[in-house]
Write a protein of this length. Structure first.
Length: 180
C-alpha cells in the first residue's frame, strides 16, 4: 500500500487505527485495564513534570511520522519542537517515545518498531514499560548512534536525560493490579 492510501484508510476508519511501515499496514489492537492505567499514569506524570517547559506530551491518539514511509501511534510521545503543536495531525520531531508492552505487541515493539525508532534522528530515548511486572526500560541514544539500555525496577527512579526528568517507577504502576 502506498502512503496516500494508508493515510486515507486511517483517516476514514472509525473503529480502528493503523500503523504504516515500509508499505505494510498494521492494525492497532486494544489494550487491557493495566495497559491503559500505565499509559494514563505516564501521560499525566510527564505532563505535570513538563509544565512550563517547551516540550509537549501526547497520547496514542496522535500519529507520529518517523520517516517518509513510517507512521506510528506510540502510547506516549514527547516533542519539544514548536512545529509539533496546535492543529497539526501528526508529530514529526519526537524526542522521546514510550510503548507500554503487551503480550501480543512486545516482540514487535522490541524488534521491528525499535529499529524504525532508531532511524529517526530526533528520538533520544525510547522507553518500554512492562505490563506483566513492574519494570521500565530506557533505551538511550549515545554518541555515534550507539544505544544504551537501563532497566528500572520498583524503588528506582527513572531518569529521562533527554527531558531532564526523574520519577519513581512506583508512580508508573499506581493503581495497576498484577496477577498473582
Amino acid at each position: 500500500m502506498n502512503v496516500e492510501d494508508y493515510l486515507r484508510l486511517d483517516r476514514q476508519s472509525l473503529d480502528a487505527r493503523y500503523e504504516y511501515i515500509d508499505g505494510q499496514v498494521y492494525m492497532m489492537s486494544g489494550g487491557t485495564a493495566n495497559h491503559s492505567a500505565i499509559a494514563v499514569n505516564l501521560t499525566s506524570l510527564l505532563k505535570s513534570l513538563l509544565r512550563g517547559n517547551t516540550c509537549r506530551v501526547y497520547n496514542s491518539d496522535l500519529r507520529v511520522q518517523l520517516a517518509k514511509e513510517h507512521y506510528v501511534f506510540p502510547d506516549v510521545t514527547v516533542s519539544c519542537d514548536e512545529r509539533d503543536r496546535g492543529e497539526v495531525e501528526l508529530v514529526r520531531s519526537p524526542r522521546m517515545i514510550i510503548e507500554v508492552l503487551s503480550p501480543c505487541t512486545e516482540a514487535y515493539d522490541r524488534g521491528r518498531k525499535f529499529a524504525v525508532y532508531r532511524e529517526c534522528a530526533s528520538i533520544q530515548e525510547y522507553v518500554l514499560v512492562n505490563t506483566a511486572y513492574p519494570a521500565v526500560e530506557v533505551c538511550r541514544r549515545q554518541k555515534n548512534n550507539w544505544w544504551s539500555f537501563q532497566t528500572y525496577l520498583p524503588g528506582d527512579n527513572v531518569e529521562l536525560l533527554s527531558l531532564g526528568l526523574r520519577f519513581a517507577v512506583d508512580t508508573v504502576y499506581e493503581d495497576v493490579v498484577f496477577p498473582e
